[in-house]
Ligand binder design. Structure first.
Ligand SMILES: [Zn+2]
Length: 410
Protein backbone atom coordinates (compact mmCIF):
# COMPACT_ATOMS: atom_id res chain seq x y z
CA UNK A 1 0.00 0.00 0.00
CA UNK A 2 1.25 3.42 -0.88
CA UNK A 3 0.23 6.20 1.50
CA UNK A 4 -0.09 8.79 -1.26
CA UNK A 5 -2.41 11.77 -1.71
CA UNK A 6 -5.20 9.53 -3.11
CA UNK A 7 -5.04 7.22 -0.10
CA UNK A 8 -5.51 10.11 2.33
CA UNK A 9 -8.17 11.70 0.12
CA UNK A 10 -10.15 8.43 0.13
CA UNK A 11 -9.94 8.04 3.92
CA UNK A 12 -10.84 11.71 4.44
CA UNK A 13 -13.86 11.54 2.10
CA UNK A 14 -15.15 8.36 3.79
CA UNK A 15 -14.78 9.80 7.30
CA UNK A 16 -16.25 13.16 6.37
CA UNK A 17 -19.18 11.53 4.56
CA UNK A 18 -19.99 9.23 7.45
CA UNK A 19 -19.71 11.78 10.24
CA UNK A 20 -21.62 14.50 8.39
CA UNK A 21 -24.47 12.00 7.81
CA UNK A 22 -24.35 11.09 11.47
CA UNK A 23 -24.51 14.75 12.52
CA UNK A 24 -27.58 15.30 10.31
CA UNK A 25 -29.25 12.20 11.77
CA UNK A 26 -28.71 13.51 15.30
CA UNK A 27 -30.02 16.95 14.39
CA UNK A 28 -33.10 15.32 12.87
CA UNK A 29 -33.66 13.11 15.93
CA UNK A 30 -33.41 16.15 18.20
CA UNK A 31 -36.48 17.57 16.40
CA UNK A 32 -38.61 14.57 17.24
CA UNK A 33 -40.32 16.07 20.26
CA UNK A 34 -40.75 19.44 18.52
CA UNK A 35 -44.35 20.77 18.45
CA UNK A 36 -46.30 19.87 15.31
CA UNK A 37 -46.86 22.82 12.93
CA UNK A 38 -50.38 24.25 13.38
CA UNK A 39 -51.54 23.51 9.82
CA UNK A 40 -50.75 19.81 10.43
CA UNK A 41 -52.34 19.34 13.86
CA UNK A 42 -55.18 17.26 12.41
CA UNK A 43 -52.87 14.69 10.76
CA UNK A 44 -52.41 12.41 13.78
CA UNK A 45 -54.47 11.40 16.80
CA UNK A 46 -52.44 11.08 20.02
CA UNK A 47 -52.17 7.30 19.67
CA UNK A 48 -51.11 7.32 16.06
CA UNK A 49 -48.62 10.12 16.78
CA UNK A 50 -46.99 8.00 19.49
CA UNK A 51 -46.78 5.19 16.94
CA UNK A 52 -45.19 7.59 14.43
CA UNK A 53 -42.58 8.59 17.02
CA UNK A 54 -41.81 4.94 17.75
CA UNK A 55 -41.46 4.30 14.01
CA UNK A 56 -38.99 7.19 13.65
CA UNK A 57 -36.99 5.91 16.61
CA UNK A 58 -36.82 2.37 15.22
CA UNK A 59 -35.76 3.59 11.79
CA UNK A 60 -33.11 5.94 13.13
CA UNK A 61 -31.64 3.29 15.47
CA UNK A 62 -31.58 0.84 12.58
CA UNK A 63 -29.94 3.41 10.27
CA UNK A 64 -27.28 4.10 12.89
CA UNK A 65 -26.34 0.42 13.17
CA UNK A 66 -26.51 -0.50 9.47
CA UNK A 67 -24.72 2.73 8.46
CA UNK A 68 -22.01 2.09 11.05
CA UNK A 69 -21.42 -1.48 9.87
CA UNK A 70 -21.29 -0.38 6.24
CA UNK A 71 -18.84 2.42 7.06
CA UNK A 72 -16.57 0.09 9.05
CA UNK A 73 -16.60 -2.54 6.29
CA UNK A 74 -15.77 0.05 3.62
CA UNK A 75 -12.99 1.72 5.58
CA UNK A 76 -11.41 -1.69 6.36
CA UNK A 77 -11.38 -2.53 2.64
CA UNK A 78 -9.14 0.51 2.10
CA UNK A 79 -7.03 0.38 5.28
CA UNK A 80 -6.15 -3.30 4.82
CA UNK A 81 -5.66 -3.04 1.04
CA UNK A 82 -8.35 -5.65 0.33
CA UNK A 83 -9.04 -4.28 -3.17
CA UNK A 84 -5.36 -4.80 -4.11
CA UNK A 85 -5.39 -8.33 -2.66
CA UNK A 86 -8.61 -9.17 -4.54
CA UNK A 87 -7.11 -7.83 -7.76
CA UNK A 88 -3.88 -9.86 -7.48
CA UNK A 89 -5.98 -12.95 -6.77
CA UNK A 90 -8.11 -12.33 -9.89
CA UNK A 91 -5.07 -11.64 -12.10
CA UNK A 92 -3.91 -15.22 -11.48
CA UNK A 93 -6.67 -16.45 -13.80
CA UNK A 94 -7.92 -13.39 -15.73
CA UNK A 95 -5.78 -10.85 -17.55
CA UNK A 96 -8.00 -9.08 -20.10
CA UNK A 97 -9.13 -5.70 -18.66
CA UNK A 98 -12.86 -6.34 -19.26
CA UNK A 99 -12.82 -9.88 -17.85
CA UNK A 100 -10.85 -8.98 -14.73
CA UNK A 101 -13.07 -5.90 -14.16
CA UNK A 102 -16.20 -8.07 -14.39
CA UNK A 103 -14.78 -10.53 -11.84
CA UNK A 104 -13.62 -7.69 -9.62
CA UNK A 105 -16.89 -5.74 -9.50
CA UNK A 106 -18.94 -8.94 -9.54
CA UNK A 107 -17.25 -10.22 -6.38
CA UNK A 108 -17.54 -6.83 -4.65
CA UNK A 109 -21.23 -6.52 -5.57
CA UNK A 110 -21.96 -10.03 -4.36
CA UNK A 111 -20.07 -9.55 -1.08
CA UNK A 112 -21.86 -6.27 -0.46
CA UNK A 113 -25.28 -7.88 -1.15
CA UNK A 114 -24.48 -10.69 1.30
CA UNK A 115 -23.40 -8.21 3.98
CA UNK A 116 -26.48 -6.02 3.56
CA UNK A 117 -28.94 -8.94 3.33
CA UNK A 118 -29.55 -9.43 7.09
CA UNK A 119 -30.12 -5.68 7.49
CA UNK A 120 -32.53 -5.63 4.59
CA UNK A 121 -34.43 -8.64 5.95
CA UNK A 122 -34.65 -6.97 9.37
CA UNK A 123 -35.96 -3.72 7.87
CA UNK A 124 -38.68 -5.49 5.88
CA UNK A 125 -39.76 -8.33 8.15
CA UNK A 126 -39.17 -6.78 11.57
CA UNK A 127 -39.49 -2.98 11.41
CA UNK A 128 -42.01 -2.57 8.56
CA UNK A 129 -43.88 -5.65 9.85
CA UNK A 130 -44.09 -4.31 13.41
CA UNK A 131 -45.67 -1.06 12.24
CA UNK A 132 -48.14 -2.85 9.96
CA UNK A 133 -46.67 -1.80 6.60
CA UNK A 134 -45.16 -5.02 5.33
CA UNK A 135 -47.10 -7.06 2.74
CA UNK A 136 -44.05 -8.80 1.23
CA UNK A 137 -44.20 -12.58 1.38
CA UNK A 138 -40.98 -14.59 1.69
CA UNK A 139 -41.50 -15.82 -1.86
CA UNK A 140 -41.84 -12.28 -3.27
CA UNK A 141 -38.80 -11.21 -1.25
CA UNK A 142 -36.56 -14.03 -2.54
CA UNK A 143 -37.74 -13.54 -6.14
CA UNK A 144 -37.13 -9.76 -5.86
CA UNK A 145 -33.57 -10.35 -4.69
CA UNK A 146 -32.82 -12.88 -7.45
CA UNK A 147 -34.35 -10.69 -10.16
CA UNK A 148 -32.49 -7.65 -8.84
CA UNK A 149 -29.16 -9.48 -8.89
CA UNK A 150 -29.78 -10.80 -12.42
CA UNK A 151 -30.72 -7.32 -13.67
CA UNK A 152 -27.68 -5.75 -12.02
CA UNK A 153 -25.44 -8.42 -13.54
CA UNK A 154 -26.84 -7.96 -17.06
CA UNK A 155 -27.24 -4.17 -17.19
CA UNK A 156 -24.35 -3.33 -14.84
CA UNK A 157 -22.07 -5.87 -16.52
CA UNK A 158 -22.84 -4.52 -20.00
CA UNK A 159 -22.29 -0.89 -19.02
CA UNK A 160 -19.10 -1.73 -17.11
CA UNK A 161 -17.68 -3.71 -20.07
CA UNK A 162 -18.44 -0.84 -22.41
CA UNK A 163 -16.74 1.75 -20.17
CA UNK A 164 -13.66 -0.42 -19.58
CA UNK A 165 -13.39 -1.00 -23.34
CA UNK A 166 -13.61 2.75 -24.08
CA UNK A 167 -10.97 3.59 -21.45
CA UNK A 168 -8.66 0.83 -22.61
CA UNK A 169 -8.99 1.76 -26.30
CA UNK A 170 -9.00 5.58 -26.07
CA UNK A 171 -7.31 6.56 -22.78
CA UNK A 172 -7.46 10.33 -23.49
CA UNK A 173 -10.74 10.82 -25.34
CA UNK A 174 -12.84 7.98 -23.89
CA UNK A 175 -14.86 10.39 -21.78
CA UNK A 176 -16.65 11.79 -24.85
CA UNK A 177 -17.64 8.34 -26.15
CA UNK A 178 -18.58 7.05 -22.70
CA UNK A 179 -20.65 10.20 -22.12
CA UNK A 180 -22.54 9.87 -25.42
CA UNK A 181 -23.18 6.17 -24.82
CA UNK A 182 -24.32 6.55 -21.21
CA UNK A 183 -26.56 9.49 -22.13
CA UNK A 184 -28.20 7.37 -24.82
CA UNK A 185 -28.71 4.58 -22.25
CA UNK A 186 -30.18 7.11 -19.75
CA UNK A 187 -32.71 8.37 -22.32
CA UNK A 188 -33.56 4.82 -23.41
CA UNK A 189 -34.08 3.67 -19.80
CA UNK A 190 -36.22 6.72 -19.00
CA UNK A 191 -38.43 5.91 -22.00
CA UNK A 192 -38.72 2.16 -21.51
CA UNK A 193 -38.39 1.79 -17.72
CA UNK A 194 -42.15 1.30 -17.32
CA UNK A 195 -42.49 -1.21 -20.17
CA UNK A 196 -39.24 -3.17 -19.68
CA UNK A 197 -38.17 -3.03 -16.02
CA UNK A 198 -41.33 -2.45 -13.94
CA UNK A 199 -43.18 -5.53 -15.35
CA UNK A 200 -40.37 -7.75 -14.00
CA UNK A 201 -41.46 -6.76 -10.48
CA UNK A 202 -45.05 -5.49 -10.72
CA UNK A 203 -48.29 -5.62 -12.65
CA UNK A 204 -49.59 -2.40 -14.21
CA UNK A 205 -53.19 -2.20 -15.36
CA UNK A 206 -55.33 0.53 -16.95
CA UNK A 207 -57.92 2.08 -14.62
CA UNK A 208 -61.03 -0.02 -14.14
CA UNK A 209 -64.40 1.26 -15.36
CA UNK A 210 -66.39 3.18 -12.79
CA UNK A 211 -66.86 6.61 -11.30
CA UNK A 212 -63.13 7.11 -10.55
CA UNK A 213 -62.29 6.46 -14.19
CA UNK A 214 -65.01 8.92 -15.23
CA UNK A 215 -63.71 11.58 -12.85
CA UNK A 216 -60.17 11.10 -14.11
CA UNK A 217 -61.27 11.15 -17.76
CA UNK A 218 -63.09 14.43 -17.12
CA UNK A 219 -59.98 15.92 -15.51
CA UNK A 220 -57.72 14.56 -18.27
CA UNK A 221 -59.85 16.16 -20.98
CA UNK A 222 -59.79 19.50 -19.20
CA UNK A 223 -56.01 19.38 -18.52
CA UNK A 224 -55.01 17.78 -21.82
CA UNK A 225 -53.64 14.47 -20.57
CA UNK A 226 -54.74 11.19 -22.12
CA UNK A 227 -56.29 8.46 -20.00
CA UNK A 228 -54.24 5.91 -22.01
CA UNK A 229 -51.21 7.08 -20.07
CA UNK A 230 -52.67 6.35 -16.62
CA UNK A 231 -51.94 3.03 -14.93
CA UNK A 232 -52.59 1.35 -11.59
CA UNK A 233 -49.72 -0.67 -10.08
CA UNK A 234 -49.99 -3.46 -7.48
CA UNK A 235 -47.91 -1.70 -4.80
CA UNK A 236 -49.92 -3.62 -2.18
CA UNK A 237 -47.83 -6.68 -3.12
CA UNK A 238 -45.00 -5.33 -0.93
CA UNK A 239 -46.26 -2.57 1.34
CA UNK A 240 -49.40 -0.83 2.53
CA UNK A 241 -47.71 2.53 1.91
CA UNK A 242 -49.25 4.52 -0.96
CA UNK A 243 -47.64 6.55 -3.73
CA UNK A 244 -47.96 7.88 -7.29
CA UNK A 245 -45.36 8.86 -9.86
CA UNK A 246 -44.75 10.16 -13.35
CA UNK A 247 -42.32 8.39 -15.66
CA UNK A 248 -41.24 8.16 -19.28
CA UNK A 249 -40.75 10.62 -22.10
CA UNK A 250 -42.86 11.76 -25.05
CA UNK A 251 -45.24 9.04 -26.26
CA UNK A 252 -43.90 6.69 -23.56
CA UNK A 253 -45.01 8.94 -20.71
CA UNK A 254 -47.24 7.51 -18.00
CA UNK A 255 -48.65 8.31 -14.59
CA UNK A 256 -48.67 5.36 -12.23
CA UNK A 257 -51.02 5.25 -9.23
CA UNK A 258 -50.52 2.65 -6.48
CA UNK A 259 -53.54 0.45 -5.80
CA UNK A 260 -53.06 1.38 -2.13
CA UNK A 261 -53.51 5.07 -3.03
CA UNK A 262 -56.80 4.29 -4.76
CA UNK A 263 -58.01 2.38 -1.69
CA UNK A 264 -57.02 5.07 0.81
CA UNK A 265 -58.11 8.32 -0.87
CA UNK A 266 -61.44 9.80 -1.98
CA UNK A 267 -62.05 10.41 -5.68
CA UNK A 268 -61.38 14.15 -5.41
CA UNK A 269 -58.13 13.46 -3.59
CA UNK A 270 -56.99 10.94 -6.22
CA UNK A 271 -57.74 13.43 -9.01
CA UNK A 272 -55.73 16.07 -7.10
CA UNK A 273 -52.74 13.70 -6.77
CA UNK A 274 -53.04 12.89 -10.45
CA UNK A 275 -53.15 16.63 -11.22
CA UNK A 276 -49.89 17.05 -9.31
CA UNK A 277 -48.26 14.37 -11.50
CA UNK A 278 -49.72 15.96 -14.66
CA UNK A 279 -48.09 19.18 -13.39
CA UNK A 280 -44.66 17.50 -13.48
CA UNK A 281 -45.35 16.56 -17.09
CA UNK A 282 -46.71 19.97 -18.17
CA UNK A 283 -43.82 21.84 -16.54
CA UNK A 284 -41.30 19.52 -18.28
CA UNK A 285 -39.64 18.47 -15.02
CA UNK A 286 -38.56 15.07 -16.36
CA UNK A 287 -36.64 16.67 -19.24
CA UNK A 288 -35.05 19.16 -16.86
CA UNK A 289 -33.87 16.50 -14.41
CA UNK A 290 -32.60 14.34 -17.24
CA UNK A 291 -30.59 17.25 -18.71
CA UNK A 292 -28.96 17.86 -15.30
CA UNK A 293 -28.14 14.18 -14.88
CA UNK A 294 -26.61 13.98 -18.40
CA UNK A 295 -24.44 17.04 -17.66
CA UNK A 296 -23.31 15.45 -14.41
CA UNK A 297 -22.37 12.24 -16.26
CA UNK A 298 -20.25 14.29 -18.68
CA UNK A 299 -18.47 16.09 -15.84
CA UNK A 300 -17.84 12.78 -14.07
CA UNK A 301 -16.30 11.10 -17.13
CA UNK A 302 -14.22 14.20 -17.88
CA UNK A 303 -12.78 14.27 -14.35
CA UNK A 304 -12.23 10.51 -14.58
CA UNK A 305 -10.24 11.01 -17.80
CA UNK A 306 -7.87 13.34 -15.93
CA UNK A 307 -7.13 10.72 -13.28
CA UNK A 308 -7.71 7.27 -14.74
CA UNK A 309 -4.13 6.74 -16.02
CA UNK A 310 -2.60 7.81 -12.70
CA UNK A 311 -0.93 4.76 -11.16
CA UNK A 312 -1.24 6.45 -7.75
CA UNK A 313 -4.92 5.42 -7.67
CA UNK A 314 -4.08 1.70 -7.86
CA UNK A 315 -1.15 2.16 -5.48
CA UNK A 316 -3.49 3.74 -2.89
CA UNK A 317 -5.55 0.52 -3.04
CA UNK A 318 -2.49 -1.66 -2.43
CA UNK A 319 -1.57 -2.72 -5.96
CA UNK A 320 1.79 -2.17 -7.66
CA UNK A 321 0.30 -2.71 -11.13
CA UNK A 322 -2.12 -0.10 -12.43
CA UNK A 323 -5.57 -1.43 -13.34
CA UNK A 324 -8.59 0.40 -14.73
CA UNK A 325 -11.01 -1.24 -12.29
CA UNK A 326 -8.86 -0.22 -9.31
CA UNK A 327 -8.74 3.33 -10.67
CA UNK A 328 -12.56 3.28 -10.94
CA UNK A 329 -12.98 2.29 -7.27
CA UNK A 330 -10.56 4.96 -6.03
CA UNK A 331 -12.07 7.58 -8.33
CA UNK A 332 -15.56 6.61 -7.19
CA UNK A 333 -14.71 7.62 -3.63
CA UNK A 334 -12.69 10.74 -4.47
CA UNK A 335 -15.50 11.94 -6.76
CA UNK A 336 -17.97 11.58 -3.86
CA UNK A 337 -17.93 15.24 -2.72
CA UNK A 338 -18.55 16.51 -6.28
CA UNK A 339 -21.45 14.10 -6.61
CA UNK A 340 -22.78 15.21 -3.18
CA UNK A 341 -22.78 18.86 -4.27
CA UNK A 342 -24.57 18.05 -7.53
CA UNK A 343 -27.05 15.88 -5.62
CA UNK A 344 -27.72 18.80 -3.30
CA UNK A 345 -28.40 21.11 -6.26
CA UNK A 346 -30.74 18.49 -7.73
CA UNK A 347 -32.64 18.27 -4.44
CA UNK A 348 -33.07 22.06 -4.42
CA UNK A 349 -34.38 21.91 -8.00
CA UNK A 350 -36.63 18.95 -7.20
CA UNK A 351 -38.19 20.73 -4.20
CA UNK A 352 -38.88 23.78 -6.39
CA UNK A 353 -40.49 21.44 -8.98
CA UNK A 354 -42.71 19.90 -6.29
CA UNK A 355 -44.10 23.35 -5.44
CA UNK A 356 -44.70 23.97 -9.17
CA UNK A 357 -46.55 20.66 -9.54
CA UNK A 358 -48.59 21.46 -6.39
CA UNK A 359 -49.48 24.86 -7.84
CA UNK A 360 -50.52 23.24 -11.10
CA UNK A 361 -52.78 20.86 -9.17
CA UNK A 362 -54.22 23.80 -7.21
CA UNK A 363 -54.99 25.66 -10.45
CA UNK A 364 -56.39 22.78 -12.48
CA UNK A 365 -57.97 20.61 -9.77
CA UNK A 366 -58.27 21.49 -6.07
CA UNK A 367 -55.68 22.67 -3.55
CA UNK A 368 -57.91 21.62 -0.65
CA UNK A 369 -58.26 18.08 -2.06
CA UNK A 370 -54.49 17.82 -2.46
CA UNK A 371 -54.02 18.96 1.15
CA UNK A 372 -56.49 16.25 2.17
CA UNK A 373 -54.57 13.67 0.15
CA UNK A 374 -51.16 14.71 1.53
CA UNK A 375 -52.44 14.56 5.11
CA UNK A 376 -54.01 11.15 4.63
CA UNK A 377 -50.84 9.83 2.97
CA UNK A 378 -48.70 11.25 5.79
CA UNK A 379 -50.96 9.58 8.37
CA UNK A 380 -51.00 6.20 6.60
CA UNK A 381 -47.25 6.24 5.92
CA UNK A 382 -46.40 7.52 9.45
CA UNK A 383 -44.49 10.45 7.92
CA UNK A 384 -42.28 12.74 9.98
CA UNK A 385 -43.97 16.15 10.39
CA UNK A 386 -41.06 17.85 12.15
CA UNK A 387 -37.84 17.19 10.20
CA UNK A 388 -34.83 19.39 10.96
CA UNK A 389 -34.37 22.15 8.31
CA UNK A 390 -30.71 21.15 7.79
CA UNK A 391 -31.74 17.52 7.23
CA UNK A 392 -34.40 18.67 4.77
CA UNK A 393 -31.89 20.87 2.93
CA UNK A 394 -29.42 18.04 2.43
CA UNK A 395 -31.64 14.99 2.02
CA UNK A 396 -35.20 15.83 0.97
CA UNK A 397 -36.26 15.68 -2.68
CA UNK A 398 -39.71 16.91 -1.61
CA UNK A 399 -40.48 19.95 0.56
CA UNK A 400 -41.62 19.08 4.09
CA UNK A 401 -45.37 18.61 4.52
CA UNK A 402 -45.85 21.83 6.51
CA UNK A 403 -44.45 23.95 3.67
CA UNK A 404 -46.48 22.18 1.00
CA UNK A 405 -49.70 22.55 2.97
CA UNK A 406 -48.96 26.25 3.62
CA UNK A 407 -48.36 26.84 -0.07
CA UNK A 408 -51.53 24.98 -1.09
CA UNK A 409 -53.69 26.89 1.40
CA UNK A 410 -52.43 30.34 0.29
ZN1 LIG B 1 -44.17 15.41 -7.24
Amino acid sequence: MEYNVFYFAIIAVLFFGYFSDLALEFLNSSRRSHPIPKQLDDVYETDSYNKQQEYEKSKSKFGLISGGVSFLATICMFIFGIFGILDSWISAFASLPIVSALYFFGIIALASSVLSLPFDIYATFVIEEKFGFNRTTVKTYVLDKLKGLALAAVIGGAILSLIIWFIDSFPDTFWIYAWICLSAITVFMAMFYSTLIVPIFNKQKPLEDGSLRDAITAYGEKAGFSLDSIFVIDGSKRSSKANAYFSGLGPKKRIVLYDTLINDLTEDEIVAVLAHEVGHYKKKHTYQMMAVSILQTGLMFYLLSLLVSNAGLSAALGSSTHKIHLALIAFGVVYGPVSEIIGLAMNVLSRKNEFEADNFAKGSSSGAALVGALKKLARNNLSNLTPHPAYVFFNYSHPPMAERVNNLML
